[in-house]
Design a protein around this ligand. Structure first.
Ligand SMILES: Nc1ncnc2c1ncn2[C@@H]1O[C@H](COP(=O)(O)OP(=O)(O)OP(=O)(O)O)[C@@H](O)[C@H]1O
Length: 425
């Protein structure tokens, strides 16, 4: 039997309807469809003919984790996730250094699913199964925890490490993953939080105070995880900074307080990962071994690299579509899916020309190992510097401007390298 299709339904904040009522309405809509396309969504505009639905529903999305191709509705089993997005944004947990009175952000905290991360999952494009695998790993780990599988017999844990070069989407993927889990696991965990620990900040300044700060931070975390029906995702970005701080302390460059603080943080994280409702997410820009024993134990370790040519094309295609939707590039015309270009054997026609030029830009950018972050900046540079006419450029002109922006970016990066400065991606 094929896996169910997960249908994610965002309920409007002001709607007071019950989840069951919404589920029934959405189900009655879907059974009239012939097939469902995983990864696609229905926005309010698509639903505007159905007044009942538009009163309560903001968006319906079909999850692409379990299916790659169209699913026929007659054969589909639907699993519904009805949720509202939290619109309060991050709550910053500030701490005060008692010796100087200075405040600094020790952690940011979001209630999930959050408005801020809505749609983030879809914007991240990898052509390996990185996103899907990561969700499955974590879901399996929660399932093992639920069933009481002894981790000493079958090795598993809920520590994720994403490592790779800067700007490749590691932090974004951790946030998107936490959001996705808060939706998919909402039966088990009706409440969810994401806590981002500013590890770099914790250890960069107040070494003497760090130990106390860590202790206070974890007291708060303990309060959060004490609620067993709450999914607590704790993100530690640039986890290698812990190893650096420890090494610096060991070599006598930093006061010995710092080593105690780093060790305290690692011990606390280690304790946290044993809580059945906690998930520890870590990222690192260091690709080799990170000398932090705690991270060594992560079962879920994945390298996140710069986007391939295919993923690059998809990222730029999404940027072009967004700019056409907003009228920055006009008129609206199709940017072909790569699959369509391949089906037509890359034959050039009036309508395929912009897509073919875009594919050439993607090939060049991927060959230069350009990061996702740098790619997402190219359209802005293209419009600002290389398509400067007063009116909106058409798609073909805009793609040529993208190519010019890419060449300028590569030339600037080469110059920076000549000056032996690290290139910021
Ligand atoms: N594969 C990708 N697909 C789509 N967007 C991407 C991809 N990789 C990076 N980006 C975009 O690049 C930006 C930076 O991503 P993010 O900060 O998550 O990267 P990172 O790897 O954590 O970087 P750093 O290590 O420097 O913090 C985000 O806006 C993200 O959407």
């Amino acid at each position: 039997m094929s896996p169910p299709v997960h249908v994610e339904v965002v309920q409007k904040l002001q709607s007071r309807a019950s989840k069951d009522y919404i589920k029934e309405m959405v189900h009655s809509l879907l059974i009239n469809f012939v097939s469902i396309s995983p990864g696609s969504s229905l926005t309010e505009k698509d639903l505007e003919d159905n007044l009942d639905l538009t009163e309560h529903v903001q968006m319906i999305s079909f999850c692409d984790i379990d299916h790659e191709t169209e699913v026929s509705v007659t054969q589909a089993e639907f699993v519904y996730h009805i949720y509202k997005l939290d619109s309060f944004g991050a709550e910053t947990d500030t701490m005060t250094d008692s010796s100087t009175g200075e405040e600094f952000a020790a952690a940011d905290m979001w209630a999930l699913p959050s408005q801020e991360f809505h749609g983030l999952w879809e914007t991240l494009i990898y052509d390996t199964k990185l996103k899907e695998d990561t969700v499955r790993f974590v879901e399996t780990a929660f399932d093992f925890a639920d069933k009481g599988v002894d981790p000493n017999v079958v090795g598993w844990n809920r520590v994720v490490l994403l490592h790779g070069p800067p700007g490749t989407g590691k932090t974004s993927l951790c946030r998107a993953l936490a959001q996705k889990l808060s939706v998919r696991l909402s039966d088990r965990f009706p409440r969810a939080r994401l806590v981002e620990i500013n590890a770099h900040g914790l250890f960069s300044k107040w070494f003497a105070e760090s130990g106390k700060l860590v202790a206070r931070l974890f007291e708060r975390l303990e309060e959060i995880v004490a609620d067993k029906r709450l999914l607590a995702c704790v993100l530690v970005d640039e986890v290698e900074s812990l190893a650096h701080a420890r090494r610096a302390a060991l070599s006598g460059l930093e006061p010995s307080d710092s080593i105690r603080a780093v060790n305290a943080l690692l011990t606390q994280l280690d304790r946290l990962r044993r809580r059945p409702n906690a998930l520890v997410l870590t990222t690192s820009n260091v690709t080799g071994a990170i000398d932090v024993a705690f991270v060594d134990r992560a079962d879920i370790k994945r390298r996140v690299g710069p986007p391939s040519a295919r993923a690059t094309y998809e990222i730029l295609r999404g940027c072009c579509s967004e700019l056409m939707t907003r009228g920055v590039v006009a008129p609206r015309e199709p940017v072909f899916e790569l699959r369509l270009l391949e089906d037509s054997r890359f034959a050039e026609s009036e309508s395929s020309r912009p897509s073919l030029r875009l594919w050439e830009v993607a090939l060049e950018a991927a060959a230069a190992l350009m990061s996702g972050r740098a790619l997402r900046r190219l359209p802005f540079l293209a419009r600002a510097l290389h398509a400067r006419q007063p009116g909106a450029p058409d798609l073909l002109h805009f793609v040529m401007a993208l190519r010019a922006a890419l060449h300028q970016y590569l030339a600037d990066a080469a110059e920076l390298e000549d000056d032996s400065c690290p290139v910021s991606n």
